[in-house]
Design a protein around this ligand. Sequence first.
Ligand SMILES: [Ca+2]
Length: 372
Amino acid sequence: MLCEIISLLCIMMLPACKGKGTATATREEKSAETTTLSPPADAVRFVKSIQFVSPAKHDTCSFNQEIKVAYANNRRFPVDSAHLLYNNARVATLDSATREYTFKIPPGKCGTNNVKIISFHPGNRQGSILQPIVIKPDKAPRRLAFEIVNVYPHAISASTQGLVYHEGYLYEGTGIQGESTLRKIDLFNNKQLDMISLSSEYFGEGITIYNGKIYQITWISRKGFVYDLKTFRQEATFDYSTQGWGITTMNDTLVMSDGTHQLFHLAPANFNKTKTVEVYDHHGPVHSLNELEWINGRLWANVWLTDRIVVIDPASGAVVEELYLPNMLAPAEKVKLNVKEDVLNGIAHNAERGTIYVTGKHWPKLFELKIK
Ligand SMILES: [Ca+2]
């Protein structure tokens, strides 16, 4: 009965059906169901009448791939017709004899999407089923070519977790408990202009700049800090519910990674989560997204423990380009690093020069790259 009632409410609330409203209304509806002895003759009655044959829950498809949707009905409920919906938009109306339909997945968002069927039965009865499926891009990312246009010294004390270039200066957030800092660097004169240390309980992670403030997140403390850009004076703290890995500014939105394949949109004013984007390439979810940078309409992300930077379409979450940076350091430089920890991390964008800066944890060098 509960399923029937939830189905009823989902249909009543089309096109969007989720969250607290359903639970509240369910109680009201349950009450109505038990107190009404004879509903009006023309009222729609919602029944558990159909089930999916395909796709299976969390089946994976690609954009532009054809998907066969098939369903079966309970013999007690012959079907007059049915609507097939994809993400709550109607794809087709099926007649009484048709139980399957094939359609092409339109380009949209990666990750979880929904197929839904609403069935219509004699006696003003309706059924409804919903199946989550997983969608990934249909194309491999384009591999970017690059040239190194400058090499700068980088402090080997810095376990780079966040990197931003802003109005002539490089800002760096570093990690490790007891060693975490925020730094301002004059790259062109090889001078560290400012540095503050985080309290030893915090493992510093990504940084970004928005509206004259620096935002710095921490790994597992679920605590972030807001500093004045010029003075480095801490002005506020904020909380969030996930791990903190990377952060960047996308127009008026902060975007944060937590080491999974998800990116979270956060409102700078209150740090409330406004959207979640799932990042996929043509193989599947891209896990371990780390340091971030917003460059020319795309989100760039280091993939933790790899030499790979992925370039993400912010709307769909699809990895559209990728940059591989192996062997940036000479063997003599690499032997001084902890190979398991001191990986490529840190992306900053110099919009005036049309270049990007990359480095790694405890790397002795920072590279300026031009993408070809
Ligand atoms: Ca960055």
